[in-house]
Write a protein that binds this ligand. Structure first.
Ligand code: GTP
Ligand code: MG
Length: 329
């Protein structure tokens, strides 16, 4: 049996696990899903903590092995293991981004950088999911962004839940490497069974999660007071403080009044800075230090979140993690 490997990458909830589940032969599937205990849990019940693995058998001699990364940056050690070992010899990468996240372009950039070495060596396809819920950014905008990032990849809207939508991506990446030519048959088989499932779904009452997703379509981030506890769970975080837009401290786990006051000061003056600089709305201010802790201030709506973190933890990774928390809240 000869196998070709594909690696799925992309942010939390982009549909990596769903896509692998949709196309693989049922009995060849491994998922490492855990209940999403933090804010991710409000949007979907589980998250991948290690990896996904699935196998799509094409014929007696050929198959495709599908590997999926966890989206959350706190499971980053698995990104390295998958990119450098398990899937280092993959035939291509299926990069999924979720169009309903607050900043899908930022996700695209972040994961492009994290998987830069592998991306530079492999054929890549970008699949934009959840476009049924939100069709902006457009495919053209993604094409432009890829060009700016120096990545050669085709882009398309897909539904990660449907094999009929995911299979063409698999074909595009491995089609010329296999003798198998029954792709259109696989797609029509999938379409048939999806029709049956759709019919069954109509009978089910709409679940809350469906409506919950609609609430998150705005660009505005929501900061609840509980964000402090969630941020404190992130690696390297020593303290966090939440202030209102006037710089008044709402709640804090930082002892130093100087640090709290400084975050309050940043939150209070940022409006003035935005007007004076003409830079538009400022979302994040980072103060990096080689000796002391780093301080990052996240500005969202009417509140500001200050995070004090060890300078041994990358500010960029921390920023992605906090962004994840904010947009899943
Ligand atoms: N409406 C809609 N929902 C989608 C689409 N694609 C995927 N989903 C849903 O989005 C969610 C994706 O979740 P997962 O497949 O767990 O995402 P993941 O990328 O594996 O996430 P992590 O493992 O947490 O990084 C699931 O609830 C899917 O049913 C789409 O095109 N439209
Ligand atoms: Mg997953």
């Amino acid at each position: 049996m000869h196998y070709h490997k594909l690696l799925f990458i992309g942010p939390v909830g982009a549909g990596k696990t769903s896509a692998i589940r949709a196309v693989c032969d049922g009995h060849h599937n491994l998922e490492t899903e855990a209940k999403a205990s933090d804010m991710t849990g409000l949007r979907k019940a589980t998250t991948t903590v290690a990896m996904d693995y699935g196998c799509l058998t094409l014929n007696d001699n050929e198959g495709v092995q599908l590997y999926g990364t966890p989206g959350q940056a706190r499971f980053k050690f698995m990104w390295e293991l998958l990119a450098n070992n398990l899937a280092a010899d993959c035939a291509g990468i299926i990069f999924l981004v979720d169009n309903t996240r607050n900043y899908p372009m930022r996700d695209l950039k972040y994961y492009s950088q994290e998987f830069a070495e592998l991306i530079a060596r492999k054929k890549v396809i970008l699949g934009v999911t959840r476009s049924d819920l939100r069709d902006d950014p457009s495919l053209l905008e993604y094409q432009k962004a890829l060009l700016e990032l120096g990545i050669e990849a085709s882009v398309r809207f897909i539904d990660a839940r449907k094999a009929s939508s995911v299979l063409p991506l698999v074909e595009e990446l491995v089609g010329d490497k296999v003798t198998f030519d029954g792709w259109s048959g696989l797609v029509s088989q999938a379409l048939d069974s999806e029709e049956e499932t759709l019919f069954e779904e109509v009978e089910l009452p709409q679940d809350d999660a469906h409506f919950a997703i609609q609430d998150y379509l705005g660009e505005e981030v929501v900061m609840k007071d509980s964000i402090i506890d969630d941020v404190m769970n992130l690696k390297g975080v020593r303290g966090a403080v939440l202030t209102d837009d006037m710089g008044e401290i709402i709640t804090s786990s930082i002892e130093s009044t100087d640090v709290n006051d400084f975050v309050g000061f940043v939150a209070g003056v940022v409006n003035v800075f935005e007007e004076a600089s003409g830079l538009g709305s400022v979302q994040n201010i980072c103060i990096k230090s080689s000796k002391e802790d780093n301080l990052s201030v996240f500005l969202g709506g009417e509140k500001a979140l200050g995070v004090q973190s060890s300078n041994r933890v990358s500010v960029r990774t921390l920023k992605q993690q906090v962004d994840d928390l904010l947009q899943w809240s």
